[in-house]
Structures are given as C-alpha cells and as structure tokens.
Design a protein around this ligand. Structure first.
Ligand code: MRU
Length: 346
C-alpha cells in the first residue's frame, strides 16, 4: 500500500481496517456494495473525506455489478448509491462524493472509476493546501513561541486518504520547525485519538502526549495549549461545525481561555444546502460502545446510554474555518494569541 490509505486493486477497494489499529495493521479488501457499506458503518473506514472516497468506490463496484453485456442497469446502481450515501448521516462528504460520481453511472464502471480516482488524487492535494493555509493562520495568531497544539479525534491520512486536515496542519507546522508538542485527546468512546492519531503522529515523528478528553480544559487553564486544531464532518453556511463528540466542549473551553480554535476541512465538507447547524443529523451509535471496550464491560449490563457520535459547535465559537481556498469563515470575536488567561502560567 502506498502513502494513500485507500486504493483500488483488481475490482476491490483496499484499505486498512482502522478497528485493528494500533496493534494490528490489517488489510481490508472490499469488493461488494454491502461490504463497503458495512465497513463505513462499523468504522473500519472512518473520517469524513475517507468515507466519501470509499462511498464513491462503492458506486464503482455497484456499476460493475449491474452491467450486463455492456448495458448498465442504472436504476439498480442508483438504488445502491442511495444505500451507500445513507450509511452514515452526519459527514456531508459521503453524500457529496456519491453525488459527484452518480453523473458517470450512465457511462459505465470505467467512467465512475476514473472520476473516483480523480477524487482520490485531489484529496491529498486539497488537504495539503488547506493544511498550509491553516498553518499560516496559526503562526499569524500565535507568533511568540513553538506551538503546543491540542487536537481531537483523528484527522490524518486514515481519516482522509492522504496527509490529513488538522493533522496535516500539524505536519506543516512540524516541517517548519514551529511545533513543540501535540496534546492528543483520547476521544471516547472509540478512541480515535488514542488509537489512530498517536499512531500517525508517531509514524511522522511528531512529538505528542496523549490525554483523557476531560483533561483538555485543564490543559488550557494551566497554559499548556496555544491553539486547538480539529477537523469537521459538516460545516453549514453560517459556519456551524459538526465534528466528533467533544468538539463543542473544547471550543467552549478555548473561548474561555482566549485560545484560537481552528477547524481545518476541505470544501467538500462545507454544505451549501444547510443554513445552520440546527438541521444537521447527529448520528447516535450503539450503547455497546459506551458500556464496554474491547469486549470488556465497563458499566453494569443494561445501563441506559446517550451516545451521540458528533456534536455541533456554533460558528461564533470557532476562530476560523480553513479549507483549500484559505480562511472561509472567521469569527471576529476571537483574536487571542493563546493561553493568555491561565491559572498557572505555562
Ligand atoms: O466517527 P468518525 O471517527 O468518523 O469521526 C471523525 C471525525 O469526527 C473527524 O474529526 C472528521 O471526520 C474530520 S476527518 C478529516
């Protein structure tokens, strides 16, 4: 497998099963529509841009499966495309990517594949561009010292196809010698931070410390965070941001401490059809994710659970949303240069 976490090989989507990480780097080969949908639902493939590209490969598989003697049964492919787009509701990238390749279905599986491979190639370029703009902004807002950055969930090459968004920004800052430390939220309940982000940062040689989610506000209060960098699953027209559960609390804490809170996301994560975050469907996931981990019970059996996979941060709490086009939303209220209001000076 090359630097891309997603590739196409002989009729199959090939990727890493993210559920096995960090202990097991297990290859996943998906060659049916149902297998692609299942991989997205169980988070074997996860992260907004990655599920979008995987969904598009699912449409390639559907088109090939419903072609007989060179004739595409378009209605059946569109039915499969609908099922793929509905696999997870919150990240707009999935619906966006499936919609983008739908236009090629009538031209056959090779045309759908060509469009999907274009999308895959674009993803790495787009992420690097967004990350470079975000790194410029972070350095402009926090010019005084090598940066201590807090991040949440996983926004790296696993969550995209290559380079990453918020993690991409960390890569750029590190390349520039401007990064001192990354504080990685473990990201309950599925531990995308602990399992995946630490794995990617270690792979890149970027210094980092893992912390429990509940320690983030205290890390800010004790002067250990200059800036918070996160990704997004959907950004609405007014700048509200859906992202991994816990993002909203981080934004509130960052605002209290005058710390820049920056969202890095490709244009494909911006939803031009949704005015505000009120309309975002927040996926709720199974109780099993909260009452146990790795097959070990952590709460009494049958405990009732509230398990939203995402939250929506009001745009007013977001310092800036940065895409490959540059800063696309900026909240005038945040001008702080990081860790200015601390209890214990860092
Ligand atoms: O449930 P997940 O792991 O798919 O959630 C992922 C996130 O919330 C990421 O922060 C987001 O998709 C951006 S990935 C570049």
């Amino acid at each position: 497998m090359d630097d891309s976490s997603l590739s196409w090989d002989d009729g199959a989507l090939v990727t890493i099963d993210q559920r096995g990480l960090p202990h097991e780097v297990r290859e996943l080969r998906l060659d049916t529509v149902d297998a692609v949908i299942d991989a997205i639902r169980v988070l074997a493939i996860r992260g907004a841009p990655a599920i979008g590209i995987a969904g598009a490969f699912g449409v390639v598989i559907a088109t090939a499966a419903h072609t007989v003697d060179g004739v595409v049964d378009e209605a059946r492919v569109h039915d499969d495309a609908d099922r793929i787009a509905a696999a997870r509701p919150t990240a707009v990238n999935l619906a966006w990517a499936v919609q983008r390749v739908r236009a090629k279905i009538a031209h056959g599986a090779d045309a759908v594949l060509a469009e999907t491979l274009d999308m895959l190639a674009e993803d790495g370029r787009v992420n690097r561009a967004a990350a470079t703009h975000a790194a410029d902004l972070v350095q402009e807002l926090c010019p005084d010292r090598p940066l201590r950055v807090l991040t949440h969930c996983n926004t790296g090459r696993l969550a995209t196809s290559a380079f990453g968004t918020a993690i991409g920004t960390l890569r750029v800052l590190f390349e520039r010698g401007a990064l001192e430390d990354v504080l990685v939220d473990e990201t309950r309940p599925l531990l995308q931070g602990a399992r995946l982000t630490t794995w990617e940062l270690a792979e890149a040689g970027i210094p980092h410390r893992l912390t429990i989610d509940a320690a983030a506000a205290w890390a800010m209060a004790t002067g250990q965070v200059d800036c918070a960098l996160v990704g997004a699953d959907r950004v609405t027209v007014n700048g509200d941001v859906a992202n991994k559960i816990g993002t909203y609390s981080l934004a509130l804490a960052a605002r209290h401490h005058g710390i820049p809170f920056i969202v890095v996301a490709p244009e494909s994560t911006r939803d031009p059809n949704m005015a505000t975050g009120r309309d975002i469907v927040v996926e709720e996931r199974a109780a099993a994710e909260v009452i146990g981990f790795g097959g070990v019970a952590t709460a009494p059996e049958g405990t009732a659970v509230f398990n939203p996979a995402f939250d929506v941060t009001p745009g007013a709490l977001v310092t800036a949303v940065v895409s490959e086009l540059g800063v696309v939303h900026r909240c005038a209220a945040t001008t702080g240069s990081g860790s200015t209001r601390t209890l214990v000076p860092g």
